[in-house]
Design a protein around this ligand. Sequence first.
Ligand code: PLP
Length: 421
Amino acid sequence: MTTAHLTFDQTGDKIAERVVKMRSSAVRDLFAAASNPNIISLSGGMPDVSLLPHSAIRTATRAACDDERAVALQYGSTDGRVETKQVFCDLMRDIGVRAKPENVMITTGAQEALDLIAKTFLNPGDIVLAEGPTYLGALQAFSAYEPDIRCIPFDDEGMRVDLLEEELARIGKGNPRLKFLYTIPNFQNPGGVTMVPARRKRLLELSEEYGFMVVEDDPYGRLRYGGGHVLPLKALSDDVVYLGTVSKVFAPGLRTGWIVAPKSVLAKINLVKQGTDLCGSAFNQVVVEHYFTDTPWQKTLQKFVKTYRTRRDAMLAALDEHFPAEATWTRPEGGFFVWVTLPSYVDTGSMLSVALENGVTYTPGDGFYPGGSAGKNCMRIAFCYESPENLAEAVKRLAAVINDRLELYRAFIDAGAIKAE
Ligand SMILES: Cc1ncc(COP(=O)(O)O)c(C=O)c1O
């Protein structure tokens, strides 16, 4: 005879209020569904690590397993290995930023940096400014510290700095609750848009005028498929807190990122990091160092860029061909994502189950706003992972699902039951 074991959750009433308010990331939840081979996923932002040459991985890992094994397997300093910091300073120089190892801290991916910054600077109710929509992992990291996150819309030229100025006027100069502005100026996640130089300059002027810190998150900056390089905010002001990561130019499995910031800021973050993880993985730092010094990583990066450019082009061509006239979308010059806006009466959250039945997933837009406060008629679609053929097929399937919905609404509009937009 078999016995059923029932487990009761005895911790339900003990959970901290901030966790009760947390929502699981829609993307994480979608990973499970996306493992079905009949479904083409446009939801996750996974880099295509199959493009990495085996020889480069072997070269990069060899030292950590052999000569440098003793340090690679040991605890390290909280702020990271100086050799790794130097590698990141060299990477920063290529994009126009002069950084010294003393201004660098190694983190467990950019995600840890987001959490550490929030943990270091935010009290409940403090104000954080960010593009709206913005990276949902940042929203998850920040919301644990219960801030008041205010969204600034973007257009094709990045964050609407004029609207930022209006928001700042409402907040007021010298407001102690205003802590930082979080921005992804290059190929924004989820928007795909890039902030133009004039807006970067104005944003920095405003940060001085109103006294807030600027946190620049730049995982996609090197994945540019058209247009020219735009100088990072960090190249224009030493005060900017810059976040880098190897996730999109090497591999997210290494969980290695970095912060470049004034020493006084890093000292405070260091205290917090000690309590979080003591130090990042020394093993992974050694691997990263050797990847960027002993392998032709720039050639591999070109391969990434070429592949993603072809995929982006395939997605944009399919959108032009199949998507209805009522839809609009961004045309990214780099990165992984296109942001689609549908008429306000379409709810992309409830449409997702129908899309899944039709063999395609995307990420509903409301997850990219704090508390799901907007974006219900929007979606993020990623072109980084699937082949051009699959992307074309996925967009076709998605267009059919959207058109079905729109037909219903068109009938209502024709009958005068709802107003056309
Ligand atoms: C804008 C942005 N910031 C941070 C991260 C997290 O990066 P990491 O893998 O370095 O933790 C991502 C990952 O997709 C991202 O898109």
